[in-house]
Design a protein around this ligand. Structure first.
Ligand SMILES: Cc1ncc(COP(=O)(O)O)c(C=O)c1O
Length: 404
């Protein structure tokens, strides 16, 4: 089989493959990220978008995705932890950053010095933030999360007016938003989500009645954004949809949205099994006749789930290549789909579904999980190559981002 051209000067587009660095890599199409955000802003809205870039931008690499989202018009970025926010600031990103999750008291100072907006859910949190803000000589922006049914982080609806009054009275702290999170917006029955919206709307009304400006009011994640029209909603939090992935197999995305990430590698070695040979740890696969297999330099430490052992597949030269035996930490063996597979041949491990390689959804189904877990599980040792107009513009190796 002819090995595909590998030079960085090779054809632009989906056929571009790097000629440097590790064979196992991901490509992230920044035009897809930009396009997905655009589609949501126009087709669902007009709405403003908070781009959710937590968990390393759902495995895509936080800095390049955040930059792209801001350039495409995102109003704000959202992360889960203070450290994730600091990573964005260290990369020179100036856009507002909301920390969605609970921050420890000891993190308040760092968060405030980096101008991160913290999320509050209880009055006890106000003092630490006010003290840190006063000692930094700045005013800390905060948003309040309302628990309307998720039973995770959040203030009880009945406590929100009092919480916001105390924030106002704390002096060095400013309320810039109020939000909630849906528990079941990707489920078959939207009744619970409708109840959450009602509860949230009552809280927002109560704040207005109390003369408190709630700032940015937002509740919809991707599923809520594409499935529900929330009266008066002008801001949404877009996570999985930003990456062109569905929140659930049953929830289609609007036309024009597409996956940004493909995980790829190259054949490292081809060998022929003799009848009776067994493959990999535990010897779970036995060749019944002579069989050509290809060794791939990718394993579960890269994010190729061990649960795919003996049941997943990859694509080599446009054809399915089933996984033989167990996925190891760094290596995996697959059946050769033809007789002419050679070392160096390109392999799609999972991708955008345009070829015979599995999609993230296929991998999630095979391993009994969701695409969120698969994509956030691509490890730091997999280089991410960023493409614009099919050409590489940057590569992320570990935590080192190199612009090309
Ligand atoms: C508070 C909050 N908002 C928004 C999101 C984005 O959700 P999705 O990726 O389903 O769009 C998440 C993700 O878990 C979240 O925790």
């Amino acid at each position: 089989m002819a090995t595909q051209s590998t030079g960085t000067a090779a054809a632009a587009g989906p056929d571009w493959w790097p000629d440097a660095g590790r064979a196992t890599h991901a490509t992230v199409d920044l035009d897809a990220i930009r396009g997905n955000l655009d589609v949501v802003r126009r087709a669902v809205g007009p709405v403003r978008v908070i781009a959710v870039v937590k968990a390393n931008a759902y495995g895509h690499g936080a800095v390049m995705v955040a930059e792209t989202a801001v350039a495409a018009g995102a109003t704000m970025l959202a992360v889960a932890t203070v450290d994730e926010g600091i990573e964005l600031r260290d990369a020179g990103i100036e856009a507002p950053v909301l920390v969605l999750g609970p921050a420890g008291q000891s993190e308040s100072g760092d968060a405030i010095r980096h101008r991160l907006t913290l999320t509050l859910a209880a009055t006890e949190q106000i003092d630490a933030i006010a003290t840190a803000a006063t000692s930094a000589g700045v005013r800390a922006d905060v948003q309040v999360k309302v628990d309307t049914g998720m039973r995770r982080y959040g203030a009880a609806p009945g406590d929100v007016v009092d919480l916001c009054r105390r924030i106002d009275a704390a002096g060095a702290v400013r309320l810039t938003g109020v939000f909630t999170h849906f528990a079941d917006a990707d489920g078959p029955d939207l009744g619970f989500t409708a109840d959450q919206i009602d509860r949230f709307q009552s809280v927002v009304d109560a704040l207005h009645d109390a003369g408190i400006d709630p700032g940015l009011v937002h509740c919809s994640n991707t599923a809520g954004t594409v499935r529900l029209s929330v009266p008066g909603q002008r801001v949404v939090r877009l996570g999985i949809g930003l990456y062109g992935l569905r929140p659930d197999d049953t929830v289609p995305l609007p036309d024009g949205m597409r996956p940004a990430l493909t995980l790829r590698t190259r054949v490292a070695q081809v060998r022929t099994l003799a009848p009776g040979d067994t493959v990999s740890y535990g010897r779970t696969y036995t060749a019944t006749g002579p069989e050509n297999v290809a060794l791939l330099p990718i394993g579960y430490a890269d994010g190729l789930r061990r649960g795919l052992s003996g049941k997943g597949w990859v694509a080599i030269a446009g054809q399915r290549a089933p996984i033989r035996g167990r996925v190891c930490m760094d290596q995996t063996v697959v059946a050769c789909p033809g007789t002419d597979v050679a070392s160096g041949d390109p392999v799609v491990v999972f991708g955008d579904g345009t070829g015979p390689g599995p999609t993230l959804a296929d991998v999630a189904t095979l391993t009994g999980t969701i695409n969120y877990e698969i994509v956030t599980g691509i490890s730091h040792r997999v280089p991410r190559w960023y493409l614009r107009e099919g050409r590489p513009v940057a590569v992320l190796r570990g935590s080192r981002l190199v612009r090309l």
